[in-house]
Design a protein around this ligand. Structure first.
Ligand code: IPE
Ligand code: IPE
Ligand code: MG
Length: 245
């Protein structure tokens, strides 16, 4: 039996969908006197560990917040570093992800993304489309407000066409027009680096997610950090508005 199989056997049942706000790369680097890009590089390695660990644990969906629609506010050089890293990571990892049975999905706007990145995204989604292991959802140039506005726009178009009556709009119809339409809501949402906010991430979808905030900066995220978050998740009592069953 492999090391991985042994440790996953000891761990409690994993939640079906884990979403992670991978934060703290810059502070990790600063604390070591390194440039921010060094933190992002180590952060990409931590993302590999998270994907592998979630696969081993039988998690069905892992959503990683890689770049927010607000992250364009950063200096151009840092945005370029982040995009280059993504490009590098996608090219280098796609073979290994496919081998692990991972199905890749990207959510977020493709506007403003470089054409070669869009090509890489489409290629990796197509290549892994039929895989049945972990679905890795990468939130890239993603922002919930924009996503919700887009869903409202789509509904408005249906109303304008006469295909839908405003009174008939319900939650399921709204959710079906989000980029996560066929993805279940996250059970567990983790944010690293000690920050305790959502930063425009999955605002609709996280309505009943259990939020776990870890002090660890993202580059230091390990299998043990994931196990710790899952253990905390199992200590929670999810009531969804009902009384304790
Ligand atoms: C997360 O780390 C990576 C991205 C947002 C792309 P940060 O770059 O936000 O690191 P801190 O929060 O400045 O430490
Ligand atoms: C959220 O982190 C976005 C990602 C992790 C990709 P930020 O570092 O951008 O969030 P704020 O600015 O601290 O809220
Ligand atoms: Mg940050």
């Amino acid at each position: 039996m492999t090391q991985a199989a042994t440790s996953s056997a000891a761990a409690p049942q994993a939640p079906a969908h884990i979403a992670i706000i991978m934060d703290g790369n810059g502070r990790w680097a600063k604390a070591r006197g390194l440039p921010r890009v060094a933190g992002h590089q180590r952060g990409a390695e931590a993302a590999r560990i998270a994907v592998r660990s979630c696969g081993e644990l039988g998690v069905k969906y892992l959503t990683l917040y890689a770049f927010s629609s607000e992250n364009w506010k950063r200096p151009v050089a840092e945005v370029d570093d982040l995009m280059s890293l993504l490009r590098f990571y996608l090219r280098r990892e796609i073979g290994s992800l496919a081998e692990q049975g991972v199905r890749l999905r990207f959510i977020g706007s493709r506007e403003r993304l470089a054409p070669d990145i869009i090509t890489e995204i489409e290629r990796s989604e197509a290549l892994t489309h039929a895989n049945s292991g972990l679905t890795l959802v990468v939130a890239l140039n993603y922002g919930s407000h924009e996503e919700i506005v887009q869903a409202a726009r789509l509904l408005a178009e249906d109303v304008a066409k006469g295909a839908l009556r405003p009174a008939d709009i319900d939650e399921a119809m709204f959710a079906a027009r989000l980029s996560t339409a066929d993805i279940p809501n996250p059970d567990l949402l983790i944010r690293t680096s000690g920050e305790q906010r959502l930063s425009n991430f999955l605002l609709w979808q996280a309505a009943y997610s259990e939020l776990v905030f870890l002090d660890t900066c993202w580059p230091d995220f390990s299998r043990e950090s994931l196990d710790q978050a899952i253990r905390e998740f199992h200590r929670r009592d999810r009531r969804f508005g009902a009384t304790h069953g």
